[in-house]
Design a protein around this ligand. Structure first.
Ligand SMILES: Cc1cc2nc3c(=O)[nH]c(=O)nc-3n(C[C@H](O)[C@H](O)[C@H](O)COP(=O)(O)O)c2cc1C
Length: 204
């Protein structure tokens, strides 16, 4: 049972969350977690101007996903930073290349799930995840979120990401805030939850 974790991360926050998602997936017997990045669409020059080169180097060992690889997975958990309340352009471009899979119905019935990151607390994590779901529904994914049995999303004693729609983290205006223990726990929970449901579907 293969769970693909497909993400884009410019400064490393989604990358860290993706690692936690993978830890959660691996807690399920027989589940393999495969981490993949979507292709970059920005030039090195632009990435340099955006102060992202160091972070990009630290993620360079994660292989780039091909669209055909999506069809080999039982479940796909997508991770994206927020861009104006939506998924990032790199992820959009990757998904827009999946028309051939759509024609064949190659993703119908697979489990799909989304996690996100934004600079500010109310900067669009929920809208990013929910609008991402529209594409997943067109492709026939069975959408899985982050149920309230992950009690960490009830916390009000500290600022935290995470909603019923999916795990998320708040990066801060300068990217200075790292995913907290609670946010990483939400990502692990989502990974485990998706893998559990996918393994039940795979048995049928
Ligand atoms: C073009 C652009 C648009 C962005 N739009 C938003 C936004 O709408 N709301 C927000 O809180 N953060 C926004 N951000 C901040 C990113 O979401 C933040 O840098 C990202 O979540 C950090 O995750 P990463 O380190 O994995 O790239 C934006 C960043 C860029 C470059």
């Amino acid at each position: 049972m293969k769970v693909l974790i497909v993400y884009y991360s410019m400064y490393g926050h989604i990358h860290r969350m993706a690692q936690a998602v993978a830890e959660g997936v691996k807690e399920v017997a027989g589940a393999e977690a495969v981490l993949r990045r979507v292709p970059e669409t920005l030039s090195q020059e632009i990435l340099g101007k955006m102060g992202a080169l160091e972070a990009q180097k630290s993620m360079a060992h994660i292989p780039i996903c091909t669209v055909d690889e999506l069809a080999t997975a039982d479940a796909v958990i997508f991770g994206t930073p927020t861009r104006f309340g939506n998924m990032c352009g790199q992820m959009r471009q990757f998904l827009d290349a999946t028309g051939g899979l759509w024609q064949k119905g190659a993703l119908v019935g697979k489990v799909g799930s989304v996690f996100a990151s934004s600079a500010t607390q109310h900067g669009g994590q929920e809208s990013t995840i929910l609008s991402f779901h529209i594409t997943l529904l067109h492709q026939g994914f069975v959408i899985v979120g982050l149920p309230y049995t992950f009690q960490g999303q009830m916390r009000i004693d500290e600022i935290t990401g995470g909603s019923p729609y999916g795990a998320s983290t708040i990066a801060g205006g300068q990217g200075e805030r790292l995913p907290t223990e609670n946010e990483l726990a939400s990502a692990r929970y989502q990974g485990k939850h998706v893998a559990t449901i996918a393994s039940k579907l795979a048995r049928n």
